[in-house]
Design a protein around this ligand. Structure first.
Ligand SMILES: [Zn+2]
Length: 365
């Protein structure tokens, strides 16, 4: 079969660039070598990402986040990205956006921001060229934890700067309940959604508490996705609100949403460390999550990849077959074995996210 492109709906690239000085123009192998003996692999594990690996894996587009943790959930002494006020959140997210602009400006042959349909068309045309094996990777900007938006009127600025997807939660925010902090949408949360709709932002339900996610599904008129989240029903050892309940998955399916499956062990088999470590989590678990969504949907049109690689974990916490992101392609034979067709596989690896982008990116700015 022809080689389907991967679109990955979640990577915290700028957070890594600013926190650890990671340089994603380098291969994962080279970054690992450079970081040997530093604190980085101790607190964020060995990297799984790098431009040469994107090329090998045919990772054409990445939903690239603006992300910082609120001070009450500071990740460690080394975490310099966290924020203690709305102003500080705005500053952090703003600096992260600058980092993407710099990356694309300094390495236009390697990384390009995707803000409108024409950007997407140009990028896809490049990936179809057969006279070269080197293609630019497209960056669609996703704001994770929306506290960089101090007031709804600022959404226009963020839109102009290239943000296309917003997830209101990480931890709980002033907008809604989030991971480990249950709760529904607040008044400010409803106001945020109302203004997001004016600009056709995509709403990302990942990290939203079930109550907030269901309220958002009922009230947000625009496109809704879960960029990086797995089905709770398959995770017997946890009841964490980080994962998607069947009600939320059903709501997403009814709204035509796509769900990006996260291939990290604790999201695939929560007791994996006691069960035998990495060897106890083969890639079949990733395909199992994908299959669960497909069975619920009755088709393969609502699931994709949202790796979250380097987002607080790395090599030590992913399925045994994965050395870098390029190895995500190893799910292809497993999908074939399960009876998925070539069209299904193309959709799952990137086609569903591509359709989402084609449906939501503006024609003109
Ligand atoms: Zn996240």
């Amino acid at each position: 079969m022809s080689a389907p492109l991967i679109i990955d709906a979640h990577q915290d690239l700028s957070w890594n660039m600013l926190t650890f000085g990671r340089n994603y123009t380098l291969s994962a192998a080279e970054t690992r070598q450079r970081e040997e003996g530093t604190i980085t692999p101790q607190v964020n594990e060995d990297t799984l990402l790098g431009w040469p690996d994107y090329q090998r894996g045919k990772v054409a587009i990445i939903f690239s986040t603006l992300f910082a943790a609120p001070a009450h959930r500071k990740l460690g002494e080394w975490d310099q990205q966290c924020y203690a006020s709305d102003d500080e959140a705005h500053m952090r997210y703003s600096i992260q956006m600058d980092a993407y602009d710099r990356l694309a400006d300094e390495h236009p042959a390697l990384f390009q921001k995707i803000e409108k349909s024409a950007d997407l068309q140009a990028l896809l045309a490049h990936w179809q060229r057969e006279d070269t094996d080197e293609h630019p990777v497209g960056l669609v900007i996703l704001m994770e934890g929306a506290e960089g938006v101090r007031e709804p009127a600022e959404l226009e600025d963020w839109y102009k700067r290239g943000v296309r997807i917003i997830g209101p939660a990480w931890a709980g925010t002033r907008f809604c309940g989030g991971t480990r902090e249950p709760g529904g949408l607040t008044k400010e949360g409803y106001a945020l959604l109302e203004h997001m709709a004016e600009f056709d932002f995509t709403l990302d339900l990942s990290h939203m508490d079930e109550k907030a996610a269901l309220q958002a599904l009922d009230s947000y008129p625009g496109a809704i996705i879960a960029s990086h989240a797995n089905a709770l029903a398959l995770l017997k050892e946890t009841s964490s609100n980080r994962h998607l309940t069947d009600r939320v998955i059903q709501g997403l399916l009814e709204r035509g949403g796509t769900i990006g499956i996260v291939p990290t062990n604790s999201f695939l088999r929560p007791n994996w460390q006691d069960a035998g470590g990495r060897a106890s989590v083969p890639l079949d678990y990733v395909v199992g999550q994908m299959d669960y969504i497909c069975q619920m949907a009755g088709n393969a049109l609502h699931v994709g990849i949202g790796s979250d690689f380097d987002g607080g974990f790395g090599l030590a916490s992913v399925p045994i077959e994965i050395d870098t992101i390029a190895d995500l392609r190893k799910i292809i034979p497993i999908l074939i074995q399960k009876g998925y067709t070539e069209a299904d596989i193309t959709a799952i690896l990137g086609g569903n996210w591509l359709a989402h982008l084609q449906n939501t990116l503006p024609e003109v700015l």
